[in-house]
Each structure stands twice: as C-alpha cells, then as structure tokens.
Write a protein that binds this ligand. Structure first.
Ligand SMILES: Cc1cc2nc3c(=O)[nH]c(=O)nc-3n(C[C@H](O)[C@H](O)[C@H](O)COP(=O)(O)OP(=O)(O)OC[C@H]3O[C@@H](n4cnc5c(N)ncnc54)[C@H](O)[C@@H]3O)c2cc1C
Length: 330
C-alpha cells in the first residue's frame, strides 16, 4: 500500500500517490490456528527441560553428538482429515454448506503432535506447569478456515507497523470444526494405545469439567494461536474480480512490470503448510516471466513439447537446489 497499490481511500488518507486502486490489497487474510488439550505422560517431553540436570545433559548430547531432545522440533507427526461423520452429523446445514465450498478432497482438520504442554499458549517457554511431570499435547488446526481477516497501513512510513485484524473464529463453521477437532482429540487420548502413555485419568488442560460445546468454544477462543501461515491478502483472480490484486502469473492489475510472488497472492490458503506452495508459485511465475519464444519452426504440439521440456528442466533444477539447501551441501 505504501508503494501506491491498494484501496484508493486508504492511500488518500495517508497522502500516498495512487498507482493502482486495488481494493483487495489487505483483504481476504487467511491463517491456520491451532489449539488442543494437554495430558501428563510417562516419557520425557519438553517439560523435562525445567529439570536443570536433564537440560544440561540434553545440551551436552546436542553439542557433542547432535542427539537428544534438543534435536526434536516438538512436532514429529502431522495428520490431516475431513471431520469424520460421527462428529459431522452434529453440524448445522449452514456449516455443511459452507464447508462444501471447498474441493471434495480438501481436509478440514490438521492434527499436530506436540511433546510439550500447550495450555493457553500465552508463553510457550513458561506456560508448562513445571510441577515435575512431563506433558504432551495433540493440537488441532482448522485447515479449511472460512473466517477472513484484513490488514491495512497505519501511516505512509514502512517503519510504522501495519494494523492487522486476523478475525479468527468469526465464521460459525470454523467454531463448529474447532469443537469437532477438540472432541476428536479427546477420543484419541482415550484409546488403549494412548492410555498406556498417559499418567492418571485427568486431562491437565483444560480439564474434563469442560464438556459442552459452548465451554469448548470458549477454551478454543482463549487458547488458539497461529501456526504462522497468514496469507492471501493480495489474492490472485480474474481481471473482472474487483477484489483480485494479481493475475495468475502474479502480475499486479493496473501496473506494468510488477509482480507479487509470495504467499499473499494465494486466493485460498492451501490446507498444508504453505512453504512448498510458495516455492511452486515462484517457479511457475518465473516460467511465466519467460517470453517462451518458440524455437525456429516449432509451433502447435511441438511448441507444447518444447515448453514441457523446459518445465521438466526447471523442476529438476529447482528440486536439486532445494535438496542441496536442505542438506546444507551448497
Ligand atoms: C515460526 C514459523 C514457522 C513456520 N513453519 C513452517 C513450516 O514448517 N512449513 C511451512 O511450509 N511453512 C512454515 N511457515 C510458514 C512459511 O514460512 C511462510 O508461509 C512462507 O515463508 C511465506 O513465504 P513468503 O515468501 O510469502 O514470505 P516470507 O518468507 O516472509 O518472505 C518475505 C520476505 O520479504 C522480505 N521483506 C519484507 N519487507 C521488505 C521490504 N520492505 N523490502 C524488501 N524485502 C522485504 C522479508 O525479509 C522476507 O525475506 C512458518 C512460519 C513461521 C513464522
């Protein structure tokens, strides 16, 4: 917006010269939030770091052998699913209709295993009860979110933080999915496999006194946090969509020679973690930057084959680059 591309009234308000009046800039914000119950368990988790002897040994294991609990990213296992029928049957017709706007194979819940206490997520470093027990959590994340946030500028100076309004859980369907996910997680902890891992009958957070949908909704609202997937505030769309900011190649409507190539152009936040999609779009946008001059004498199907070869070449090159980045060998 401070560059002059955004809703004209906002730009005028901050005396920003208007380059393109695009009212969609800053709208359509989507994110994945997560929340979930925590239990006492009979294996060392991040809770054990509050024991100075354990923490010192873990630091030594990490520094000397690249092993131990410090090598753990907290979340080892992720899983996705549509809300199963046993919970889905409680959904209102409005919730079902809203969820039906996603493609049929689009998951609605992601589960994240956490070797740590989650609780209200006010402070992950100090939130653990620190009472000598180890805690673990299974979190749910809403990955077909229907709530939409927005952001705008507070001044024409990029040093001034923007005003961000995430609007999480404002769509009733998101709350319904959240409650279903929360109940599903409790069922998971109640299985024979997980009972062997649990210490005692209690649920440490929020506690089994929280039972009704209204109570669970309240806990979800108070304990949710972002997974940092905020996106979609410059959405891609057709030229006749007044809220679209860029076209399919990331070209900004109303400008020349300007593209946006990042997660803000997603029209819809993918249900997984977005980094790979950002790379994918980067690659696609790069290809669409090339003018693709057909080699001499090549046209029609021949041109398509030539393009496909280019695509394969760049896909391989990109895959190689990512692999060497990940392995640290480049
Ligand atoms: C803590 C955390 C954990 C995450 N974990 C995962 C994960 O495990 N898997 C996954 O898929 N995704 C993960 N994500 C999400 C993922 O990182 C983002 O979705 C992705 O990086 C978005 O890519 P982007 O290109 O849109 O933005 P970014 O990666 O944020 O890139 C924006 C870039 O623009 C630069 N910039 C900003 N302002 C200016 C300016 N004025 N001038 C010039 N440059 C500027 C920034 O420095 C930055 O380099 C995580 C995010 C966070 C915060």
């Amino acid at each position: 917006m401070v560059s002059g591309v955004g809703p004209a009234p906002t730009l005028r308000q901050h005396n920003i010269p208007i380059i393109a009046d695009r009212s969609g800039v800053g709208q359509n914000m989507q994110d994945h939030i997560y929340f979930g119950p925590s239990y006492r368990v009979n294996a060392p988790t991040f809770s054990a770091f509050s024991n100075p002897t354990f923490a010192a040994q873990a630091a030594q294991d990490f520094n000397e052998n690249a092993s131990g609990l410090y090598t753990n990213p907290t979340t080892d296992v992720l899983a996705w699913e549509k809300v199963p029928d046993s919970f889905r049957s409680a959904f209102s017709p409005q919730t079902l209709a809203a969820l039906a706007t996603f493609p049929p194979d689009w998951p609605e819940l992601e589960y994240l295993s956490l070797g740590a206490y989650l609780g209200y997520q006010q402070n992950l470093a100090t939130g653990d009860p620190n009472d000598g027990y180890n805690y673990a959590s299974l979190a749910a994340s809403i990955v077909a979110p229907l709530s939409r946030g927005n952001l705008t500028v507070a001044s024409a100076d990029t040093a001034t933080p923007p005003l961000i309004n995430p609007n999480w859980l404002t769509h009733p369907a998101d709350l319904a999915v959240a409650v279903a996910g929360f109940k599903r997680i409790r069922k998971f902890w109640d299985t024979d496999s997980m009972r062997r891992f649990r210490v005692g009958e209690e649920e440490s957070f929020p506690g089994l006194a929280i039972q009704t949908d209204a109570q669970i909704e309240e806990i979800v609202k108070r304990s949710s946090n972002t997974i940092y997937h905020a996106a979609c505030t410059c959405k891609m769309g057709r030229a006749n969509d007044t809220m679209a900011v860029v076209d399919v190649g990331g070209r900004v409507f109303g400008t020349r020679g300007l593209r946006v190539v990042d997660a803000s152009v997603f029209p819809l936040l993918p249900p997984g973690h977005p980094q790979a999609t950002v790379y994918g779009f980067l690659f696609f946008s790069f290809l669409s930057c090339l003018s693709f001059p057909p080699p001499w004498g090549v046209s029609g199907a021949g041109f398509d084959m030539w393009k496909a070869e280019w695509l394969t070449f760049w896909t391989d090159a990109l895959a190689e680059k990512i692999a060497c980045d990940v392995s640290g060998s480049c």
